[in-house]
Design a protein around this ligand. Structure first.
Ligand SMILES: *Cc1c(COP(=O)(O)O)cnc(C)c1O
Length: 353
């Protein structure tokens, strides 16, 4: 009998980052800054203490304590993951059962429907308003009337870069029976976090990561922050050695330089504001070209006339961004990278009409 793939794995669309090498990579919302000298030094010291022949601490206790101090919570509120991506998968496998409904929004992070499908849960995707805001009161009604088990969204949102004030999210958390998974991957840039308030809620898990503001996407490290009961469940459901010893050691070093993190966030926000300002200028000088959205994260989202042609033209000049239909998401880069991007966009719209 030939082996046959089941339907869910047959129909899964793998997450495929843009292949190929580009001079200017503004497609993955990474930081453009290297780790600070202080962090580099702390990493060298930490790596020397690793017991390579031993399995790592299954609960990454020292790392979670360092993260907890940074996020203003207790270590009993924190679970470390192999990227927050892994934690989304763990949470979807542990807190919903096959057939339970998961609610998310569009546009939002593409991995939510991906993991939802693998967990065999129908994913209800509620459209956002034209300005990319969410009517959270209406969403809460839908979550309850559909008897959904889980609602997940990013704040600020990837890909729109739009932030939602924490007060609105608190109202949602308090008015639904579902578990709310609040993905704060970009919260370092927005500064209206609910991470430190997880003890107030019995249905909130907040996700954080070192991949974006802290410039550490390569070590694969994220955190789930929740009350102790939810934390115990997440820890029980994860694989035992999910965060390797090298990442645990480097992760502790990252949290040792809080001034450095703050400084990096300031520089990245300045780059984002420069990028947004220039894209806004182009949208005024060349009517009908771009329509950038006010940005709260480290990237800018904009509607773009002839988005696909523009995307291809950028690639030809060695610049990669992300395209979502007629919109582009552009990560804030180094000054020269931003300038190259802006010149290429301007060139496209002036030579094209
Ligand atoms: C980048 C990103 C993540 C993934 O973070 P990792 O910790 O690198 O897995 C999670 N959520 C959103 C919305 C992101 O954009």
């Amino acid at each position: 009998m030939p082996y046959e793939l089941n339907d869910k794995i047959k129909s899964i669309d793998p997450y495929e980052p843009e292949p190929g090498s580009y001079r200017v990579r503004l497609d993955a919302n990474e930081s453009f800054l290297p780790p600070s000298d202080k962090v580099r030094e702390a990493i060298r010291t930490a790596v020397d203490t690793i017991h390579f022949k031993r399995y790592p601490d299954p609960l990454a206790a020292e790392l979670c304590a360092a993260a907890a101090a940074y996020y203003g919570v207790n270590a009993a509120n924190v679970t470390a993951g192999n990227g927050s991506d892994e934690l989304i998968s763990v949470i979807f496998n542990a807190f919903v059962q096959k057939g339970d409904k998961i609610v998310t929004f569009a546009p939002d992070f593409s991995m939510y429907p991906f993991y939802g499908r693998l967990a065999e849960c129908p994913v209800l995707t509620l459209p956002k308003r034209q300005d990319f805001n969410i009517d959270l009161a209406a969403a809460a009604d839908t979550v309850n009337s559909e008897n959904a088990g889980l609602v997940i969204f990013s704040n600020p949102c990837n890909p729109t870069s739009v932030g939602i004030p924490s007060g609105e999210i608190v109202r949602l958390i308090q008015s639904v029976r579902a578990l709310v998974v609040l993905d704060e991957a970009y919260m370092d840039f927005y500064g209206d976090s609910l991470t430190a308030r997880v003890e107030e809620f019995d249905n909130l898990i907040v996700l954080r990561t070192v991949s974006k503001a802290m410039g550490m996407a390569g070590i694969r490290l994220g955190f789930a922050v929740a009350n102790p009961a939810l934390t115990a469940a997440i820890r029980a459901a994860k694989s035992p050695y999910n965060v390797n010893a090298v990442t645990q050691a480097i992760g502790r070093a990252v949290f040792s330089d809080t001034d450095g993190i703050r400084h990096a966030v300031t520089l990245i926000k300045a780059s984002r504001d420069m990028l947004l300002g220039e894209l806004n200028r182009i949208s005024k000088e060349i009517p009908g070209s771009l329509k950038p959205v006010a940005a709260d994260a480290n990237f800018v989202y904009t509607q773009a006339e002839e988005a696909e042609c523009l995307f291809e033209a950028l690639k030809k000049s060695g610049i990669i961004v992300r395209r979502f239909g007629n919109c582009l998401r552009i990560t804030a880069g180094r000054n020269l990278e931003n300038v190259e991007l802006i010149n290429a966009v301007e060139r496209f719209y002036t030579s094209n009409r």
